[in-house]
Design a protein around this ligand. Structure first.
Ligand code: SF4
Length: 455
C-alpha cells in the first residue's frame, strides 16, 4: 500500500521532467496524417525546432515544420503580419494541399486571434489549399490533447454535409505508432468495409526509401476523405479520455447524425474483441479467420506464460488513453500496474481505469494524473516494481533503480524502431506479451547466482 505522505502536492511548486510533451507537438503529429499537409507553428523558431528534433529522433524520418518566427517586436505588437508571410512562404515552397497552423505558448499569451488573421488572409490571398488552425497553448494541455484537438479542428473546418451515404465507417485513431495504423487498416480491409482513416501517418512517418527527396512525403488522409466523412454510417473513435468538445465522433454525430462508437485503444484480448465486435456490427461481416487464429495463439501464449507474469508489479506511465489501455492489458494477464501515471490532467484517468479493470483496488493500483518523473521516481522507490513500462523518458529512473524498462509508446529516443512498435490488436498484444515475459525471464536469469539456460 502507498502512504499518502509520499507525494506532498501542497508543498510541490515545480514540475521536474514532465510526464507529458508540448501541446502543438501533438498537433504536428496529427497534421502529418493529412495528405499534402505542412505544419506551421505560430510562434518562435525554437518551438518548431524542438518539435522537429523530437519527432525526427523517434520516427527517423525527415520532418518539416514551419514557423511564423516571432521576434521581440512580434511578441509586443502581435504576429499577424508574420503569420501571413509564413503562409505565403510555405505555400510557395511546398505547394501544399493543406497548411495546418497550431499556436504556441507565446502567441497564445499575447492573444493573437489566429482565426481572424486567417479570415482576413482569405480576402487578400488567392489560394487553392486549405488552411486549418487549432489553438494549442501548451500550458493548459499535453501533446495528447493537442493531437485530439487538431483532429477535431480538421474535421470541423473541412467536413461538409453530404446527403448520400456510402455505408462507410470513419475510423479516428488515437496517437499510436505507424505500425498500429497499418494494422488497423489491414483489419478494416479484411472486414471488407469501406473506411476513412484519420489521421493516417502510417506512411508519412514511416515510409519506404525514396529515390529522390520529396518536400512532402506521400500518404495521409485526403482532404476529400475528410470532406466526405458525413457519408459514413458510423464513426469509431479510439480513446475514452477526450472530452465531448474534443471528440471527432461526437462532432460528426452532432453535425451529421452519424452513429458514434467510442472504444478504448485495443490492447489485450478483451479490448480487441470489443473493437472487432463493433467493426463486425457495422460491416455486417464476421470476424475473419485470420484474426480468430491470432486470438487463439495469443490465448495459448497467455496460458503458457502465466506462471512468469502472474503477480508481478509494474510502474506504468504515458499519455492518459495509452495508460488506460496498457493498464487493462496488464490486469488481464495478471500483472499489477501498481502505479498508473500520466502528465495529462483530464480528471478522468482514475475513473476510467477503475471502471475498466475488474475488481479494481486502489490499495493495489495507484492512479495519478498531472505527475512528473520526479514524483514517479519517488513513488517507485516505495513500490519496488518488477519493471517499468512506458516511453524512454523513464530510463534514468529505471537505471537508477536497476529495474528494467520496457519501452513502448512515444517517444522512444534511445532505441531503434519506435515507429514500428505494434501495440494493438491481437498481434500487437502478442508482441507485447512476449516482450514482457522475456524481460522478466532475462531479469531472473541475469540475477541468478547459478545461471540457467533452459526454462
Ligand atoms: S514554449 Fe510552449 S509551445 Fe513552445 S516548445 Fe515550449 S511548451 Fe511548446
Amino acid at each position: 500500500m502507498i502512504e499518502d505522505t509520499v507525494v506532498k502536492k501542497d508543498s510541490y511548486t515545480s514540475t521536474t521532467n514532465a510526464c507529458k510533451l508540448c501541446t502543438p507537438l501533438g498537433a504536428c503529429i496529427a497534421f502529418k496524417g493529412i495528405k499534402g499537409a505542412i505544419s506551421l507553428m505560430h510562434g518562435s523558431q525554437g518551438c518548431a525546432t524542438y518539435i522537429r528534433r523530437y519527432l525526427i529522433s523517434h520516427f527517423k524520418e525527415p520532418i518539416d515544420i514551419a514557423s511564423s518566427n516571432f521576434s521581440e517586436d512580434t511578441a509586443i505588437f502581435g504576429g499577424g503580419a508574420n503569420l501571413k508571410q509564413a503562409v505565403l512562404n510555405v505555400s510557395n515552397q511546398y505547394k501544399p494541399e493543406l497548411i495546418g497552423i497550431s499556436t504556441t505558448c507565446l502567441s497564445e499569451t499575447i492573444g493573437d486571434d489566429v482565426g481572424l488573421i486567417i479570415k482576413s488572409m482569405a480576402t487578400e490571398i488567392d489560394h487553392d489549399y486549405k488552411v486549418v488552425h487549432v489553438s494549442t497553448p501548451s500550458y493548459t494541455g499535453t501533446h495528447e490533447s493537442g493531437y485530439r484537438g487538431t483532429l477535431r479542428a480538421i474535421v470541423e473546418q473541412i467536413a461538409t454535409e453530404e446527403k448520400s451515404s456510402d455505408r462507410s465507417v470513419n475510423f479516428i485513431s488515437a496517437m499510436l505508432s505507424p505500425a498500429d495504423m497499418r494494422y488497423f487498416k489491414e483489419i478494416l480491409e479484411d472486414f471488407q468495409i469501406r473506411y476513412r482513416f484519420l489521421p493516417d501517418y502510417s506512411e508519412t512517418l514511416d515510409g519506404a526509401l525514396w529515390d529522390e527527396y520529396k518536400k512532402i512525403p506521400s500518404g495521409g488522409t485526403t482532404i476529400d476523405e475528410i470532406a466526405n466523412m458525413s457519408k459514413a454510417i458510423g464513426t469509431i473513435e479510439l480513446g475514452y479520455i477526450g472530452s465531448e468538445s474534443e471528440s471527432v465522433s461526437k462532432l460528426l454525430k452532432e453535425k451529421f447524425n452519424i452513429k458514434d462508437y467510442r472504444v478504448g485503444i485495443p490492447v489485450g484480448v478483451e479490448a480487441t474483441d470489443n473493437l472487432l465486435k463493433i467493426i463486425s456490427e457495422i460491416s455486417g461481416n464476421n470476424v475473419p479467420a485470420k484474426f480468430l487464429n491470432e486470438r487463439g495463439r495469443l490465448l495459448d501464449s497467455y496460458v503458457d506464460g502465466h506462471k512468469y507474469v502472474f503477480g508481478k508489479r509494474c510502474v506504468l506511465y504515458g499519455e492518459e488513453d495509452f495508460v488506460v489501455a496498457i493498464a487493462c492489458f496488464l490486469s488481464e494477464i495478471g500483472i499489477i500496474p501498481v502505479l498508473c501515471g500520466s502528465g495529462g490532467k483530464s480528471g478522468k484517468l482514475k475513473k476510467v481505469i477503475s471502471s475498466r479493470i475488474d475488481g479494481f483496488d486502489e490499495k493495489q493500483i495507484k492512479v495519478m494524473d498531472g505527475v512528473d518523473f520526479s514524483e514517479i521516481e519517488e513513488i517507485s522507490k516505495q513500490l519496488k516494481p518488477d519493471f517499468f513500462i512506458g516511453n524512454s523518458k523513464g530510463y534514468s529512473i529505471s537505471r537508477e533503480m536497476n529495474i528494467p524498462l520496457i519501452r513502448i509508446g512515444f517517444p522512444v529516443h534511445d532505441r531503434f524502431g519506435g515507429s514500428r512498435i505494434l501495440h494493438t490488436g491481437y498481434r500487437g498484444t502478442q508482441a507485447l506479451f512476449d516482450l514482457i515475459v522475456n524481460t522478466l525471464l532475462k531479469e531472473k536469469q541475469d540475477r541468478s547466482s547459478t545461471g540457467y539456460s533452459y526454462l
